[in-house]
Design a protein. Structure first.
Length: 220
């Protein structure tokens, strides 16, 4: 593909980092349009603009609402043709391996130089997988977490959003108000979420989601 007229989303909750990243990459992708999100919910709102064909998402695993790898899993399930590159301050092999396992097209440490960043994004936009030099991926063998990841990928975008709000401790009435729907609709979403995740209530659903938090995963 030609690296021009690109639509790139930067999903990170640090405005200074987003601004610095956008300014640095503008020289490499001068005709790109940049879209920003500071939470998983904001990212979904950007993606909901169907009139725009997005070419790439730069994703921070720890922005609000991400719950570790869950947003990455959700993106790969519902936007399979949209490359996602994880940009993270966590540069350990466990985090890198898990990100690739769940479908990231690349992993870029936040400590990487701008030249490295440009190289990585160009590679991904041409269809390659990019990793830091010398990285040797660890094989993932975690059936319990993988099963939960598979169940999570079955949630619709709206169901995933409701699950995130459960994790924030919001009541059905609050969620309904925020999403502009009826409380009965939220209850229907809750029933579908519980069924798909194989749980009985919102507490169990939140515990299930927590399995995908970065600090819950240990490959050693």
């Amino acid at each position: 593909m030609k690296l021009e007229n690109l639509n790139i989303i930067i999903a990170d909750d640090h405005p200074l980092f987003r601004n610095a990243l956008r300014q640095a990459l503008t020289t490499a992708f001068e005709h790109a349009q940049w879209f920003e999100a500071d939470s998983a919910e904001a990212l979904q709102s950007v993606l909901d603009v169907r009139s725009i064909d997005y070419d790439l998402v730069l994703l921070d695993l720890q922005m609000p609402g991400s719950h570790g790898y869950s947003t990455l899993i959700h993106l790969r399930s519902h936007y399979p043709d949209l490359p996602v590159v994880v940009i993270s301050a966590h540069e350990d092999i466990n985090t890198i391996s898990r990100a690739i396992h769940y479908g990231s097209s690349g992993f870029i440490p936040k400590s990487a130089s701008m030249e490295t960043l440009k190289e990585a994004l160009s590679a991904v936009l041409f269809g390659d997988i990019w990793l830091p030099k010398g990285t040797e991926i660890i094989s993932i063998d975690d059936d319990a977490v993988d099963k939960m990841a598979s169940k999570l990928s079955d949630l619709t975008p709206q169901q995933y959003k409701v699950l995130q709000m459960f994790a924030e401790g919001l009541l059905n009435k609050q969620i309904a108000y925020d999403l502009g729907v009826s409380e009965a609709t939220i209850k229907a979403h809750a029933t579908a979420i519980f069924r798909k995740l194989g749980v009985r209530n919102r507490t169990q659903a939140v515990i299930a989601l927590a399995q995908l938090e970065m600090d819950k995963v240990d490959l050693s």
